[in-house]
Design a binder for this molecule. Structure first.
Ligand code: 5GP
Length: 210
């Protein structure tokens, strides 16, 4: 019996280091499938189409929405981001845990569609550290950084919808904590009802002397 994969949503403020965390997690544990989103934002230096994102024009993105190819999508700082449906559903059906690194509006849509999804929020060790990382990254203009910090303060208001919070202080430690939380999800009683029922039936047969 293949247990259906877990849908894991990872959110966190821009600059918190989610990208690096995800990269380390999938390098260390090859049981995870990392979903690649579609976006209308321009590639950053070093980003490749089909690796970090599928980069699209606004028209192409709209077509994906119209053809219901996205599980969810949201607008973030003047760009659209969305999760391709086919990859997520195929991988979950094959029993692989799928990770979506998405912002909060998308996370809430996922929770409504897939109530068993696990929602994780990655926090910086401090607000000052977040700003430093965002500026130090050097990939965004001052204006974009200001917009992302504003968005971070808005997102912090919705954190209660998440299941767990992690602090990305030491990378390796945070990766381990994330893996532990996802693994624990596999053992939830409501994810194992079929197996429980099988054992229950067999034990009942014993008591009847079969
Ligand atoms: P960035 O431009 O820094 O790569 O991403 C901006 C924000 O969009 C991040 O918070 C990231 O998690 C989020 N994001 C990336 N892909 C998706 C997606 O498919 N759906 C949603 N809702 N948010 C996404």
């Amino acid at each position: 019996m293949i247990q259906k994969g877990i849908l894991v949503v990872v959110s966190g403020f821009s600059g918190v280091g989610k990208g690096t965390l995800m990269k380390k997690l999938v390098e260390k544990y090859d049981d995870y499938a990392l979903s690649i989103s579609a976006t209308t934002r321009d590639p950053r230096e070093g980003e490749t189409d089909g690796r970090e994102y599928f980069f699209h024009t606004k028209e192409e993105f709209q077509k994906m929405i119209d053809q219901e190819e996205l599980v969810e999508y949201a607008s973030y700082c003047d760009n659209f981001y969305g999760t391709p449906k086919k990859y997520v559903e195929d991988q979950m059906r094959q029993g692989r845990d799928v990770i979506l690194e998405i912002e909060i509006q998308g996370a809430l849509k996922i929770k409504a569609k897939y109530p068993d999804a696990l929602l994780l929020f990655v926090m910086p060790p401090s607000a000052a550290e977040l700003k430093e990382r965002l500026v130090g990254r050097g990939t965004e203009t001052e204006e974009v950084i200001a917009a992302r910090l504003k968005r971070a303060s808005e997102e912090s208001d919705g954190m209660e919808a998440y299941d767990y919070m992690l602090v990305n202080d030491r990378l390796e430690e945070c990766v381990e904590q994330m893996h532990t939380l996802i693994s624990a999800q596999r053992h939830r009683v409501n994810r194992n009802l079929e197996f429980i029922e099988k054992i229950r039936t067999e034990v009942k047969r014993f008591t009847k002397g079969e």
